[in-house]
Every structure is written in C-alpha cells, then in structure tokens.
Design a protein around this ligand. Structure first.
Ligand code: NAP
Length: 498
C-alpha cells in the first residue's frame, strides 16, 4: 500500500494508485465511498439463478429480491385496503375491485430494472470497474472470476471486501421441497399470480410475503413450527400474527411439512405433521413458499485459500469490530459476516465507515446497537432497541418500566377499521432519568415513525424528554410522546379522546 497523504481534508494516495491493485467487493453500494476517496475500486458481482431459474441484475438481494420489491408489493396490498376505505369517505368504488398480479409484477420489475441501471451508472460515474463474474479466492490477494460463458479473469487487490450476502434456504429433508417449492428469490419475479399459497416459516420474510399475498386477495396460509418473529418482542409478534389472522391469513401453528407432491393438474399436495401429536394432515396449494431463513454465500468463495475463517455452525465469516476477517486485509460486511444484523442499511453504513477508515483517516467503527427496523406486515411493526424480554433479562424486571397504549389511528375511525392491534410500548429503565431502552410501534407507517424516534434513542433519550416533545396532531407518531400508562400500574392503556 502506498503511504496516504492528506489532501483537502480527505486522505489520498501520494502517488497514483496501482490499477492492478483494485479493491474488490460485491455487490455494489457499500464500497462506493472508497472510489470517492480516490482509490481504484472494482466490483465483482454475479447472480447464480435460483433453483426455479429466476435471475436478476446488479444491486444485491435488497434491490432485486428483497426490500424493494417487497415494499412495493406491500404497498399494492395496502392500496386494496385504502380502496375499501374509500367508500366510507364518499368515493363510489364498485366492490370487489379485482387485482391484476401480472400488471403489478411488471411495474415492480420495471422499477427494479431501473435501479439495476442506476447502479451501473453510479459505478461508471465513480470510475468503479464492474465485473459480472463469479468470484473465488486463488490466494489472499487474488480472486479468480468466471463469466457465464466460462471466460476467466484474475484480479488482485490490496484490500478485499466480501459482501456476498445470503440466499434463501431450502429444506433438505422434505420430499419434493426443492423440485416444487419457491423462495423469496422467485416470488417477486413470478409473471402469474402464485394463487393459493402456503408460506412455511415464521420470521420477517414469511410474514411479510404472507401479508401482501393475503392483502392482494390470495388464499394464504402460514405454517409455523414454533414461535413467530423469533428474536423480536414476543408481545408485539403475537399482535402482528393476531392482526393477520383476523384479516384473512390462515395460520397452522406447531406444524411442519413432510412432503410435497405435484398433482396431475399442476397443483401441490402438501402433507404435514402436527409436532405435538404427530398427527398428519394434508391440503392442496398452487404455490409453496419456503421462508425458513437464509444461508450465507460463502460456499463457492474458496475462503480457505485466502485463510479466511468461517463459523463452523453458520458458515458465516468471522469478523472483528473493524469488519476485518482472520486475514487483516480481507473484510466482510453485511449478511455474510457472523453476528451482524441481516439488514441492508447496516451493511451499507458498515461499508462506508470501512472505506473512511481505510482511506479517509477516520477512526469510526460501526455501532450495531439500536439499529431500527420494520417488519412490513399488513399492520407494520417498527422497533428499535431492546425487546421487553431482553430488557428484563439484562436489567431485571424490578428495574424496568414499560409505558404502553392501545390507540386508534384517526384514519381508521371514518373507515370503521378495526384497530385492536394498534399498540405502542416504550421500554425504559425505572430509575430517573428513565433512559429509553426500546420502542415498539405497531400501526400504519411504522417505518416512518420508528426512524425518527431511533435518532432519539441513539442519542440516549429519556422517558421525560420523549414526553416533553410536542406531538404532531393528529398523527399515530404523537401517541409515542403521549405514552403515560405504565404496565406496572395495571391501568387500562386504551387511548380515549383525540
Ligand atoms: P429467519 O429470521 O432466519 O427465520 C427463519 C424462520 O423459519 C423462523 O421462523 C424459523 O423457525 C423457520 N424455520 C427454519 N427452518 C424451518 C423448517 N425446517 N421448517 C419450518 N420452519 C423453519 O429468516 P428470514 O425470515 O428468512 O429472514 C432472514 C433475515 O432477513 C432476517 O435476519 C432479517 O433480519 C432479514 N430481513 C429483513 C427485512 C426487513 O428489514 N424488513 C425483511 C426480510 C428479511 P424457528 O424460530 O422455529 O427456528
């Protein structure tokens, strides 16, 4: 590495960077700042088609088969609800309003393709060299890439960043699972409606997909083997599924599938067992969506050639606080790194901070605490900080104060919508100044609400400061600053009045 020198507040190399020593990463966004900091950067990216043959463009999971198409399909489903509300507000809309999957999917896919193109342009603008090749390590400074046509390229770099993410898991022990099931790698790219769908799994991906499928009017069943939203506040998780259940999603709890058979008419017969009793049952679906977690994309990287250590259990790359692997010049960020949240914005921020540390003279490490997130189920669930269970486990029940409220969004009143699960809780330490440890919000626009309060929590806000914040009336977010009833008091937390 040439010695860096300070130029106009940012560090740049004293002599032109060696073009044979590019910085590599995959897929795109996290390391763009390295290029802005004057380095020669190459991005190596390759999409292995899903077992169903689905393939997509530049930008990784979030853009192509994750957050972006998911949020748009969630929006399509929410619009269905708003069309129903519209009648109450005087719009004369003939009911029921049919939904055209093909049209929605095409529009969503076109947007995703425009983002693919946007990423290509950004790379070009910043003079990042892009290689559409499948990469694996040759040694600790060299990567071999192979194109779809089998052409090989060798690249060497001083610093290498692995950000290859993960892919959905298929069960290995269920007959017909791989042949007949699909995953989130496919659902957003289906040209025809999936029809009656069984979603297997109970976390983010499962509940979000089931939520928009049911919202689009499809017959949707979720099969849960244990608890919903493991790792999240379990009171909130129960409210999320309760809301889905009362709005048309069927749940098969404590069940696990054992067999998928394709029937002559193309439909799928699924056999499952109830775990407690062992009793078998079966039903027929058009689509089975596996949403049972993700596996890190480390298998084909030849990490052992580079001396990069992985966790023997998860196969994720072991990293330290600087995102460095067991080889100090090789870094791993995002879902592929052990112990990191599987969330795009944390990976992007970790990548930016890494580039600034490497080439900008910054000492700043990524702070993985208080990362906010939102589950885009029909009633959205946003959270930041500790769940009530985690707060109790860390600090003891006697040191925790939980303020909570059941509220009714104003927009729900005229539309006569059920608000039974619109709920907020703020988990605080009991001792003054009662720092806020966690915020959990279930209701419309949860992502927008949670993002704002996340800043306060990151800055160490106290309960008193939250309640001294003036609310914006009439909003759902103002219900957070109006929280007055503690769980300990036993008083009714239902908000009355406006
Ligand atoms: P996940 O969080 O790993 O959860 C896997 C789910 O599948 C669990 O409910 C698990 O049940 C169940 N499961 C596992 N093996 C199973 C089997 N053989 N049969 C039946 N059920 C099985 O996976 P995910 O929902 O795919 O999410 C992956 C990551 O993506 C998450 O960490 C999340 O952070 C991220 N993500 C984020 C967003 C967002 O930001 N909005 C959206 C989607 C995903 P058990 O609890 O019983 O193990």
């Amino acid at each position: 590495m040439p010695a860096p020198s300070q130029v106009g507040g940012a560090t740049r190399e004293a002599r032109p960077p060696d073009p044979r020593r590019p910085l590599l990463c995959s897929p795109t966004r996290p390391l763009l700042p390295a290029a802005q900091l004057g380095r020669h950067v190459a991005v190596v990216d390759y999409v292995e088609p899903s077992p169903r043959g689905t393939r997509w463009g530049l930008g990784g999971t979030c853009v192509n088969v994750g957050c972006i198409p998911k949020k748009l399909m969630h929006q399509a489903a929410l619009l269905g609800g708003l069309i129903r509300d519209a009648g109450h507000y005087g719009w004369e809309v003939a009911q029921p309003v049919p939904h055209d999957w093909k049209k929605m999917a095409e529009a969503v896919q076109n947007h995703v393709k425009s983002l693919n193109w946007g990423h290509r342009v950004q790379l070009q603008d910043r003079k990042v060299k892009y290689f559409n090749i499948k990469a694996s390590f040759v040694d600790e400074h060299t990567v071999r890439g192979v194109t779809k046509a089998g052409k090989e390229t060798l690249l060497s770099a001083d610093h290498i960043v692995v950000a290859t993410g993960g892919r959905p898991k298929y069960p290995t022990h269920i007959e017909g699972a791989l042949e007949h099931g699909i995953t989130s790698d496919d659902i957003f790219w289906l040209k025809e409606s999936p029809g009656k769908t069984l979603v297997v799994g109970a976390s983010y991906v499962a509940l979000e997909c089931a939520g928009f499928l049911a919202g689009l009017g499809l017959d949707t069943t979720v099969m849960i083997r244990s608890i919903p939203l493991r790792g999240f506040d379990q009171q909130m998780a129960s409210l999320v599924t309760e809301h889905m259940e009362t709005h048309g999603t069927r749940f098969l709890r404590g069940c696990t599938p054992s067999r998928l058979q394709k029937l002559p008419d193309g439909r799928l017969r699924v056999t499952w067992a109830e775990l407690a009793s062992g009793q078998q049952d079966a039903s027929t679906f058009d689509t089975v969506l596996w949403a049972i977690g993700r596996v890190p994309e480390t298998r084909s990287l030849n990490l052992e050639r580079a001396g990069v250590a992985v966790s023997p259990d998860s196969r994720k790359i072991l990293v330290d606080a600087r995102e460095a692997t067991s080889m100090p010049h090789i870094y791993a960020i995002g879902d592929v790194a052990e112990g990191r949240p599987e969330l795009t914005p944390t990976a992007i921020m970790a990548g930016k901070l890494l580039a600034q540390r490497l080439f900008g003279g910054s000492p700043d490490l990524m702070d993985y605490d208080n990362v906010p997130t939102t589950v885009f189920t029909p009633l959205e669930y946003g959270c930041v900080g500790l769940s009530e269970e985690e707060a109790v486990a860390r600090h003891g029940e006697e040191h925790i104060e939980v303020f909570h409220a059941y509220y009714k969004p104003l927009e729900f009143t005229v539309a006569e919508r059920d608000a039974a699960q619109c709920y907020i809780k703020m988990v605080c330490l009991r001792e003054p100044p009662q720092p806020v440890l966690g915020l959990h919000f279930l209701g419309p626009s949860a992502g927008e609400v949670t993002q704002g309060f996340a800043l306060g929590i990151k800055c160490g806000v106290s309960y008193a400061q939250v309640t001294r914040t003036v609310g914006i009336h009439p909003t759902c977010a103002e219900e957070v600053v109006k929280l007055r009833i503690s769980k300990r008091s036993g008083l009714d937390p239902t908000v009355t009045g406006c």
